[in-house]
Design a protein around this ligand. Structure first.
Ligand code: SF4
Length: 129
């Protein structure tokens, strides 16, 4: 069996398209719903593994860059950069870890010599370090 994993924004788009197709074909008048899927079916929202990167703690050894391509080098600052992350407070960057990158993300966190990378599981429990 082959499973296709799609992100929540993609799921929203798929549901919007399906709802639009059903309403356009079968009903006359306003669509039944065009909101995000999380509003339509709250229980289907996936909260995945998260990674937190502490830029102030980072000393630019770049082991993480070798382990997971979500980390890149910023040689001018002598720090790693967590791609596609959100700065949730000064110097603290967070992003979700795609399911197919969980192994690499954990490895990146384990190889950081100063524990600048923290991994949290789906329930928000700290896994690494
Ligand atoms: S391994 Fe740790 S110290 Fe080295 S660049 Fe990555 S986050 Fe910074």
């Amino acid at each position: 069996m082959t499973a296709t994993v799609i992100s929540l924004p993609q799921q929203d788009s798929v549901v919007r398209i399906l709802v639009r197709a059903i309403t356009d074909r079968d009903l006359v008048g306003a669509p039944i719903a065009t909101g995000p899927v999380s509003a339509l079916v709250p229980s289907c929202k996936r909260v995945g593994m998260k990674v937190e990167f502490d830029e102030d703690t980072c000393i630019g050894m770049f082991q993480c860059v070798a382990e997971w391509d979500a980390f890149e080098k910023d040689k001018s600052k002598g720090k790693a950069v967590l791609v596609d992350s959100e700065e949730v407070e000064e110097g603290i960057f967070v992003r979700e870890v795609p399911e197919d990158a969980e192994f690499d993300a954990k490895f990146a966190a384990r190889t950081c010599p100063v524990d600048a990378i923290t991994i949290y599981d789906d329930d928000g429990e700290q896994l690494i370090p």
